[in-house]
Every structure is written in C-alpha cells, then in structure tokens.
Design a protein around this ligand. Structure first.
Ligand SMILES: Nc1ncnc2c1ncn2[C@@H]1O[C@H](COP(=O)(O)OP(=O)(O)OP(=O)(O)O)[C@@H](O)[C@H]1O
Length: 369
C-alpha cells in the first residue's frame, strides 16, 4: 500500500497542445480515489502517467516517498486494469493471472497459491482452465482484475474497467469492486466518465475539466457544495438547475438575488466576497430542492409553464420553462406525484438554505450558511 503525491504534473504529447496542465493531488494510503470528467479531459493520460506508460512532461510523481518519474512501469509497484481486459487469448485463465509472477521467476507453487487466492476473492475458481474466448465479458474483467491482484501491487489503477459491460453487470461489478477495496485495503485510482460510478465508488473524487482538476473532495461534499459551475453541472442526474440571476441587494439583511419577477433572499450570507449589487450570477439548486405549486402571484417565486412531465416510477420529473431561461428548470417529485398538467402556470420556490450561488466567472460564492 502506498500514498501518491502529484506535484504540478504536466503532459504535452509530441507536437500537440498541453493536455495535463499542472495537476496537484495527494492520494492517501489505502484510499479509493476516482478520476471523473468528460471525454478528452485527460484522466486516462494522467492514469497512464502514474502507471509509467506515458512520460511525464513536467512535474513530479511520488509513490510512497519515492519520486518515480524515471522508474520503469514494472518497478513502480502498480497494476493496471484496462477497459479492454487485455488478456492473452492463447493462455488459460490461470496462466493469464499468474503470468507476471512467472516472469518474475516465482516458483510454480507460489504462482499457483497466489492465483488460487485471487480466484477465490473474485469467485472464478471454476474458470481457471478456460481460455478467455470461453468467458463472458464480466468474467473476462474479473480475470483482468485477478491478474492485477496476484501481483500484490502498492496501487491499483483502473481505466474505465466496466465500460464494456451491460448495465446490470456494471452495477454488480461496481459493488464487487467496493468489496474488493474493503478486503484488500489497497490504494486504488479509478478512471470513469460515469458520475454514478464516481459517486458510489469513490472515497474521494477528483473532477477533471480540460486537463485540470476542477474540484477534489468526498462525493457528497462535491454534490452539495460544488466549487464551480462545471462540477455543479457534471455531478447529479438530472443536473443541478442553474438559473441566471442578478444580485439585487447585499446589506445588513443579507444577500438577495432577482430572477425574472421573483426576488430571493439568500439569508445572512452577505460578505466581502459576495458579487456586487447589479452583478450577474447563477443560482444553483438540485431538482429535489425546489417546491412546485400552482402560480398565484405570491412572491418569492420563479414562475413558468409546465413543459413536460416524465414518470420514472419512483419519481416524477417536471420540466418547467421559465421566461428568459434557455434551459427548463427540472423539479423532481417523489413517487407517482400528480403534478400540474403540461401547459399549467406554476410557481417554483427553491430551498434557498441549500442553494448555491456562482459568480460570473462560474466560481461558487462561499456562502456562509
Ligand atoms: N497518444 C496521444 N497522442 C496525442 N494526443 C493524445 C494521445 N492520447 C490522448 N491524446 C489527447 O489527449 C487528450 C486527453 O485524452 P485522454 O484519453 O487522457 O482523455 P480522457 O479524459 O481519458 O477521455 P476518454 O474518457 O474519452 O478516454 C485528448 O485531447 C486526446 O486527444
């Protein structure tokens, strides 16, 4: 087991633009850290740099207290699991899993014992004599994970390991990976673009945007207190509602913002960091942090028209189009709510104690509440 320390890590591919733009990150010993972000943000590149499969253009990478920039992949004590499984087709499951140990010159008995232990953890003992082509996708991925386990790495690196599996198998493998981490207690770094995987697996999540970390923290901290509009819009499904507002007052009574005809008091949140009166800002609130009622003209409320009602079974999503807003506000009601029909005029009242205000640069105003 080992901690990792990334100091101002940068990557430029030959002749290309910089794709990792100075990443600082500490991964704790035994931690399950998830890298999440949209396609092309650089998360796989960073993982491959940690594995030693890509050169580090600038900055320093420590595993434990050793700087490993110039250490070969096989000497870093890391094991990587790929999306494509990367199994040797001509070898059996047992041979695939034991290959690295055999190469390292370990005795047959040692290799067999390590393979047996990993097979037991992954419940693939019955498959050891099969070739990869005789396995399902989920079984192949288990073998790929088993191959990493037998090496007893200091750090596991996972590059979107579940992307090739169907939805129900992904859910099952997700819980198994969480169990594996509990049992082994080894440091794990897991790359995904799936925010549900990130939220459920990560002890901490690093959200990447265009080669930089937009925010790092515990899943619920990122969900409840996104540091910027990027994180606010990335985590959560449906997304956080982001409503353009204008700061209308910032005085002893607190901060107030105006959206359409409604003025909302954000409580005792005035501070020197607050956007100036008249500034444009964005009010963010989750779809389940807003109440919906028939419009009756009473303030404060955002008024709009029901555009669409979606019934998910366990919840009902109501899309409300408000004047002057590009995107509809989405309200999530529990169960088979019987919301107002499409076309009705409605009033929306966000729970301002849980809302988040972002300045015109997209950074969260540090609300003191
Ligand atoms: N070998 C390479 N040579 C040149 N550019 C590359 C190379 N590999 C990746 N890139 C570029 O680096 C950027 C980051 O790619 P990377 O694969 O790390 O992103 P990602 O966040 O993992 O995306 P995805 O989820 O689609 O895999 C992209 O713009 C990509 O085109």
């Amino acid at each position: 087991m080992a901690s990792l320390s990334l100091k101002q890590i940068r990557k430029t591919y030959d002749g290309g633009a910089e794709v990792i733009k100075g990443v600082d990150l500490e991964v704790r010993d035994g931690e399950f850290m998830v890298f999440v972000g949209p396609s092309g943000c650089g998360k796989s590149t960073l993982l491959r740099m940690i594995a030693g499969l890509e050169e580090i253009s600038d900055g320093e990478l420590f595993i434990g207290d050793e700087c490993v920039n110039d250490v070969s992949p096989s000497d870093r004590g890391v094991a990587m699991v790929f999306q494509s499984y990367a199994l040797y087709p001509h070898m059996t499951v047992a041979e695939n899993m034991g290959f690295a140990l055999k190469l390292a010159g370990r005795s047959r008995a040692d290799v067999a014992a390590a393979v047996g232990r990993a097979a037991e953890i992954l419940q693939i003992g019955a498959l050891l004599d099969r070739k990869p082509k005789a396995l399902s996708g989920g079984q192949r991925q288990r073998v790929a994970i088993g191959r990493a386990i037998v090496r007893q790495p200091r750090v596991f690196l996972f590059d979107e390991p579940l992307s090739n599996l169907d939805a129900s198998l992904r859910v099952q493998m997700r819980t198994e990976l969480a169990r594996l981490h509990r049992e082994l207690g080894t440091t794990m770094i897991y790359v995904t673009h799936d925010q549900v995987e990130a939220m459920t697996l990560g002890q901490r999540i690093a959200v990447f945007n265009a080669g930089r970390i937009a925010q790092v923290g515990e899943p619920m901290a990122l969900y409840d207190r996104p540091a910027n509009l990027f994180v606010a819009g990335f985590l959560g499904s449906p997304k956080m509602n982001l409503v353009p507002v204008t700061v209308s007052a910032n005085d002893a009574d607190g901060l107030r913002v105006r959206a359409g005809a409604g003025e909302f008091a954000l409580g005792a949140r005035a501070s020197r960091d607050a956007p100036a009166v008249g500034a444009s800002a964005t009010l963010g609130f989750r779809p389940d942090q807003v109440t919906l009622a028939a419009a009756d003209g009473s303030a404060p409320a955002l008024e709009g028209q029901v555009d669409l009602v979606e019934r998910l079974g366990d919840a009902t999503l109501v899309h409300v189009q408000c004047a002057g807003q590009a995107a509809p506000v989405i309200v999530r009601l529990p169960g088979h709510a019987d919301p107002l029909a499409a076309g009705s005029r409605v009033a929306l009242r966000p729970d301002l104690s849980r809302s988040r205000l972002f300045d015109s640069a997209g950074d969260a105003f540090q609300q003191s509440a």
